[in-house]
Design a protein. Structure first.
Length: 286
């Protein structure tokens, strides 16, 4: 029995190990999607009466299956993602150090983190070692990583990681008096709620979540404008997008876009000064 189980899991282990350079981004994507599915299931069963309503059995069954799979993925991928994210934070902190002695002091944890994260991060650590004149002694095999692939993988990896773990988003920068927006839990919740809300509203607009008659199919779009104005007919045959739903969708898309990391103040000042310098040079030439 153990031999059969090993023969099944061994190819999966080999495949997973071959994707070490993408472990972080895979785990991050799986965690975010799973959390979004869990939030959708909560909204569907608790606030949309999905558990007891007649009709729409296919959507209810699909949501149950998605919830079970999402919980399984969150339990497995969540802790793994946190472990990888913690090592990425450690490595990034060390890569930003200018002191050779400080880097040497934290060399062991930097190399362990780079080994876990893959060749792209290993190449970045070796590059940092070279700048600080620290001997590497062929620590990692980064021969298979070209400069272009390293940059592409690093940008994709860091974009999602920086977005999910950013300390100050564009939203928090735009609303400085609302300090709670800088809280990691609030930031992550803003991303997940925005994504879930967008999916729910688009599903309502395209496929519909309401029924025209008792026991009928859920093929009518819930009209929020009609609900607010008190109209008798509160649903319209899908696809349909009312004004209020459109405004909410636009607001959710805006919030999601503004959860991206804000440009650091130093970089913003540098960009402004560069633009001012370029402008003054062009004026003087004229």
């Amino acid at each position: 029995m153990a031999g059969k189980l090993s023969s099944i899991t061994e190819p999966m282990k080999k495949w997973w190990e071959s994707k070490r350079d993408q472990h972080l981004i895979i785990l991050q994507t799986m965690t975010m999607i799973s959390l979004a599915v869990v939030i959708w299931a909560i909204v569907f069963f608790l606030f949309m009466d999905g558990a007891t309503a007649e009709g729409g059995e296919s959507l209810r069954d699909l949501t149950w299956v998605g919830l079970v799979l999402a919980l399984f993925v969150v339990v497995w991928a969540g802790p793994e993602y946190m472990h990888y994210a913690q090592n990425l934070t450690i490595l990034n902190e060390i890569l930003e150090l200018d002191s050779r002695s400080e880097v040497m002091r934290r060399r062991k944890e930097a190399e362990e983190a780079a080994k876990l994260l893959g060749r792209v991060h290993q190449a970045k650590l070796i590059e940092r070692y070279d700048k600080l004149h620290i001997r590497t002694k062929k620590l990692f095999d980064t021969s298979g990583v070209s400069k272009s692939s390293e940059k592409k993988a690093s940008e994709g990896d860091e974009f999602l990681s920086d977005w999910w773990n950013c300390e100050e988003s564009m939203l928090a920068r735009a609303l400085p008096k609302m300090g709670f927006l800088k809280e990691p839990a609030v930031h992550k919740a803003s991303i997940l709620i925005s994504i879930t809300g967008i999916i729910a509203l688009l599903w309502n607009a395209i496929h519909g979540i309401a029924r025209q008659s008792v026991g009928g199919a859920r093929d009518h779009t819930l009209d929020f404008l009609a609900m607010i104005t008190g109209a008798d007919q509160k649903s319209v045959a899908a696809p349909h997008l009312d004004l209020i739903s459109g405004i909410i969708l636009f607001a959710l898309f805006t919030i999601l876009a503004m959860t991206r990391p804000a440009i650091p103040a130093a970089e913003s000042v540098a960009e402004t000064s560069e633009e001012a310098t370029a402008s003054s040079v062009s004026d003087s030439e004229e």
